[in-house]
Design a protein around this ligand. Structure first.
Ligand SMILES: [Zn+2]
Length: 433
């Protein structure tokens, strides 16, 4: 399985340019552009295919009327991408979703409608009389088809690593398309709660449409809190008992070709004034109700907001489920260690120096004041086992800056060694052949 090459030094090159601006790209030099990025050690960049003005920055055959009228060279994006790739810089193709002023003027019937029956706008401004491109388009309108065609064209004609969908937030909309959609689901467009519920549903439907998560969104989970009973690979390290999921999840159906890794277990009832038991959640009914974790190819989908749950209550099982999912998708991580979760471990590759450097950082911040986390003590660690994926031949391993050699083994495609002591920060250099 190929492991994605994830880049961290990334530039977001924000490039919204009015059609009234002349000479766009006039002094552009592709090689100089890429060299400047390389000099700044940038290894990933967002480049614009379509901006909030609705202008295109590539030589579109399907939508030539949308290519920026003063774009010169007309294939600016292609030249930018090719130059970046020559310098091993990854490209994320930028597309705007909600905001596209050209489309707003050409197709006002595709604009989302707010709760007052007016054109929806992030800043509650009027696009006829005020500056700004913050008028929200509705993706339940035929705009969706345009998005697919424009994004499809750019993905087919320009090489890229990732796609950046910007301004793709939830918008409560009461346009004719959304009203028809709400009615079909038995929702009442005159009720705010129904419009909000529909807007979230439409959001996930759009995400699924654009990214094929392997699930069909049906709404909110019928029970909360519900439970997950871990089993198999996704349940490694957890007892096969029902683990409560404190926050409400989504209700989805697994698509054909997807694998349900865990079912949600229903409680005996939702906690309401009519029926409840004890202080908090209701006990498990033991009955599997609906998919909770679904795998589709290189995607694993959790119905529950596991990161928010961890942030609010830090249940260990949410973290373990996530770590298990990560291990299923990324079985050979570049760096592993057997230390506590308070270690921050990173690996730098310094090609010019023919070495890799492992950084091990161990300082524990503690909430000792109302507003600040404080580090007061250095707590040393001893005999830390470290394993680095052997993507290169390793000649020697040594502690830096001490220059003390460290014995190592190469086993199952990994370089393994023991760091005798980490006193706050320790570097380890792997000299490459
Ligand atoms: Zn709408």
């Amino acid at each position: 399985m190929s492991v994605p090459d994830i880049r961290y030094r990334q530039i977001h090159l924000d490039f919204h340019t009015s059609e009234l601006v002349e000479g766009v790209g006039r002094a552009f030099d592709a090689e100089q552009f890429a060299q400047t990025l390389e000099k700044a050690r940038v290894n990933s960049i967002n480049l614009f295919s379509r901006c909030h003005h609705g202008m295109l920055y590539y030589d579109s055959k399907r939508f030539p009327e949308r290519v920026h009228p003063h774009l010169n060279p007309r294939d600016l994006l292609k030249q930018q991408v090719e130059a970046c790739h020559r310098h091993n810089i990854h490209v994320n193709l930028y597309v705007t979703v909600r905001w596209d002023l050209y489309t707003v003027h050409e197709h006002p019937e595709w604009i989302a409608i707010d709760e007052n029956g007016r054109y929806s706008n992030l800043e509650k401004k009027d696009f006829f009389f005020e500056p700004g491109f913050y008028t929200n388009l509705c993706w339940n309108s035929p705009y969706r088809q345009f998005l697919k065609e424009q994004i499809g064209e750019v993905l087919e004609t320009i090489p890229f690593e990732l796609v950046w969908f910007d301004a793709s937030f939830v918008v409560e909309c009461a346009c004719q398309h959304c009203k028809a959609g709400m009615k079909a689901l038995g929702l009442d467009p005159t009720q705010k709660k129904d419009r909000v519920a529909y807007s979230y549903r439409a959001y996930w439907d759009f995400v699924r449409d654009m990214s094929a998560l392997g699930v069909d969104y049906k709404g909110s989970a019928p029970y909360s809190p519900d439970f997950i009973k871990p089993a198999g690979k996704i349940g490694q390290g957890l007892p096969p008992a029902e683990h409560v999921m404190y926050l409400k999840g989504a209700w989805v159906a697994a698509r054909e070709g997807s694998e349900v890794l865990a079912e949600a277990i229903e409680p005996i009832f939702n906690r309401t004034f009519e029926h409840f038991t004890s202080h908090a959640h209701s006990p498990s009914s033991g009955k599997p109700g609906y998919p909770a974790i679904v795998k589709n190819g290189r995607t694993i989908y959790f119905i529950h907001p596991i990161f928010t749950m961890y942030h609010t209550h830090a249940p260990r099982w949410c973290k373990q489920l996530f770590l298990n999912a990560l291990e299923m998708l990324l079985p050979e991580p570049v760096l592993k260690h057997d230390g506590p979760s308070t270690i921050l471990a990173t690996l730098n590759h310094q090609a010019a120096e023919h070495r890799q450097v492992v950084h091990l950082l161990h300082y524990i911040p503690e909430r000792r004041s109302m507003t600040l986390d404080i580090i007061e003590d250095v707590i040393p660690l001893y005999q830390l086992k470290v394993s680095v994926r052997a993507d290169h031949e390793v000649k020697s391993v040594s502690l830096v800056p001490q220059s003390v050699p460290v014995p190592f083994d190469v086993r199952d495609g990994r370089v393994e060694f023991v760091v005798p002591k980490v006193n706050g920060h320790q570097m380890v250099s792997l000299a490459l052949g």
